[in-house]
Design a protein around this ligand. Structure first.
Ligand SMILES: C[S@@+](CC[C@H](N)C(=O)[O-])C[C@H]1O[C@@H](n2cnc3c(N)ncnc32)[C@H](O)[C@@H]1O
Length: 270
């Protein structure tokens, strides 16, 4: 089974090292959606108010679009990401906002930079999970989150809802019978991007190709697993966390099979 992107074949790196670069940063429409980002930050504040949960770790923080406003909201924020380019932008964003955030380059599977029990809340936002080919690595991430959370601490994890993803109509043009493929063109950052998502029902992974519509040489591939709510719950339970609630969006609507997101809140016993 090919779990390595075209980019990976060229550089010898796992896909997630190559994919999270300039092209993806341009093409992900959510990065530019200020209202959505504000709603995500407000959601974290509602679920884990900073006066009760002051020490926050933003896992896979990207370009800091949540970490910086969370610092402004009163949290003491640390933030981890693997992509040096994104961290550099995140540091610039924090400096421009006059906020202090401890940005750390690292792999979410090894949070060894942080002592046991050093956070009151860990956030993992915008499907920053399910990347690794080996499911044991996904579990390692949640186990590490459990380790760095203090008694009473909370994990807030937000991922795409597999059940809702599979309710989309597969786009038909040129798609082989039996394949599940979703194709969309999205304008972003002044350009048009083709997003092609091919779902593999045997692995529950999406092979996601993003291509600049005006320049087909600008293309990049991700390959990540999507989860149903019960699978997220199993992962957090296996790490020794207690599920507190599952929501379907950032307004904290109750979760349903139709919900776009699985937003799971899980706690460490006090
Ligand atoms: C979908 S983006 C979301 C970024 C951010 N949470 C946001 O919503 O803006 C996923 C992020 O995971 C980071 N990432 C990928 N693999 C990682 C790893 N093994 N350890 C830490 N971060 C990783 C990428 O660099 C990227 O910034």
């Amino acid at each position: 089974m090919d779990l390595v992107s075209a980019g990976a074949a060229e550089t010898g790196q796992p896909w997630w090292v190559d994919f999270f670069g300039e092209l993806y940063a341009e093409a992900d429409i959510e990065f530019r959606d200020r209202d959505l980002t504000a709603a995500m930050v407000a959601c974290v504040r509602r679920l884990a108010p900073p006066d009760k949960h002051p020490r926050l770790l933003d896992l896979a923080c990207g370009q800091g679009r949540h970490a910086v406003p969370l610092a402004a909201a009163g949290y003491r924020v640390s933030a981890v990401d693997l992509a040096p380019g994104y961290l550099s932008r995140a540091r610039d964003l924090a400096a421009a906002a006059g906020q202090e955030v401890d940005f750390v380059r690292g792999d979410m599977r090894d949070l060894g930079a942080f002592a046991d029990g050093s956070f009151d809340v860990v956030t993992s936002l915008h499907t920053s999970f399910g990347f690794f080919p080996d499911a044991a690595d996904d579990q390692r991430v949640i186990d590490e989150v459990r380790r760095v959370l203090a008694p009473g601490g909370l994990l807030i994890i937000d991922v795409l809802n597999r059940d809702a993803f599979l309710r989309q109509t597969s786009e038909l043009l040129g798609v082989q019978r039996g394949q599940f493929v979703v194709r969309n063109y999205f304008p972003s950052a002044g350009r048009l991007f083709l997003h092609e998502e091919v779902f593999d029902p045997l692995t529950s992974r999406i092979r996601w190709t993003v291509t600049d519509a005006a320049d087909a040489t600008r293309t990049t591939v991700a390959d990540y697993r999507i989860f149903s709510a019960h699978e997220v719950l199993a992962l957090v339970r296996a790490a020794g966390l207690r599920p507190e609630a599952v929501y379907g969006d950032f307004s904290l609507s109750p979760f349903t099979a139709h919900a776009s997101n699985v937003i799971c809140v899980a706690s460490v016993a006090k």
